[in-house]
Ligand binder design. Structure first.
Ligand code: 13P
Ligand code: ZN
Length: 270
């Protein structure tokens, strides 16, 4: 059996949480990540017949029965994942009943998975239904994205258009646009269901006055989506109090879409 502390998926969680903390996106215990793992790969590191303990999830996720995820813990600080992965991360398998998480490793201090597990697992189900290769759901509190939700129209069309118009890369990186929820109480099944509903159409979902979710086949894809929104939100905040005289027109966005063969959300352009 290989040493779990050397597993590439543990390393990826360490590197990503450290990056997000360093960027100031995830204060205190803000943010959470879940990544779907390949059971055969996990079996190189862990005895999959040995369940450390079971934890009820509080919702039904039968579609994920048997699937294994590495997830961040509730109340855990991203800055502490790298020095202490075993207490800050956990590897869970969704049991056959769909309502129990079987802990295979981690949360060694008796802790448990993120309070946002409903949004994560329901979003995994939603993304897998449209993209069988999706593996990562990432939630973060990036500063400028958060601030943009204080001052910008929160319709999905308006929010997406502003981002597309201010950074040439945006429509290329997220032609599907940005979904936006109304403000809701976090950590609930309700916000999980609402997020997952959006995830059927969008890989990015903004929670106003809270943060953002990104989904992807890889950690880089989910991170890169959030990073691109955050960078553009920063430029929006730098310039939005000034008379903006140059931005990308709808015709120019359409030309970009043509050049990069983008399946973009047509109803978001005039
Ligand atoms: P957790 O510490 O439970 O992951 O919660 C952090 C957070 O960002 C809540 O939305
Ligand atoms: Zn949050």
């Amino acid at each position: 059996m290989k040493d779990i502390f050397t597993a590439p998926f543990v390393e990826e969680m360490k590197q990503t949480t450290a990056n997000m903390y360093r960027l100031g996106w995830d204060e205190r215990n803000g943010g959470n990540i879940s990544m779907l793992l390949d059971a055969r790969e996990v079996a190189e590191y862990l005895d999959l017949t040995r369940v450390v303990r079971t934890i009820p999830t509080g919702f039904e996720a039968k579609a994920l029965a048997g699937k294994i995820f590495i997830v961040t813990g509730t109340g855990k600080y991203f800055k502490n994942v790298t020095p202490d992965p075993e207490n800050n991360l956990g590897i869970i398998r969704i049991a056959e009943d769909g309502v129990t998480a079987e802990l295979l490793w981690g949360f060694a201090d008796g802790s448990r998975f993120t309070s946002e597990l409903p949004a994560h697992l329901m979003s995994h189900i939603a993304r897998l239904s449209v993209d069988p290769e999706n593996r990562v759901i990432m939630h973060s509190h990036p500063t400028n994205t958060l601030a943009m939700t204080y001052v910008h129209d929160l319709s999905e069309r308006a929010f997406t258009r502003t981002l597309w118009q201010l950074n040439t890369e945006c429509i290329v990186v997220f032609p599907d646009g940005v979904g936006v929820l109304p403000w809701m109480v976090c950590g609930t099944n309700e916000i999980g269901e609402a997020t997952a509903e959006k995830m059927k159409e969008f890989r990015l979902v903004v929670w106003p006055v809270h943060g953002i979710y990104g989904a992807g086949r890889t950690m880089d894809e989910a991170f890169g989506l959030i990073e691109t929104v955050e960078k553009t939100a920063m430029t929006y905040l730098l310039a939005s109090h000034l008379p903006i005289i140059n931005k990308i027109s709808d015709d120019q966005l359409k030309a970009l879409a043509k050049r990069f063969a983008l399946d973009y959300r047509k109803e978001f352009l005039d």
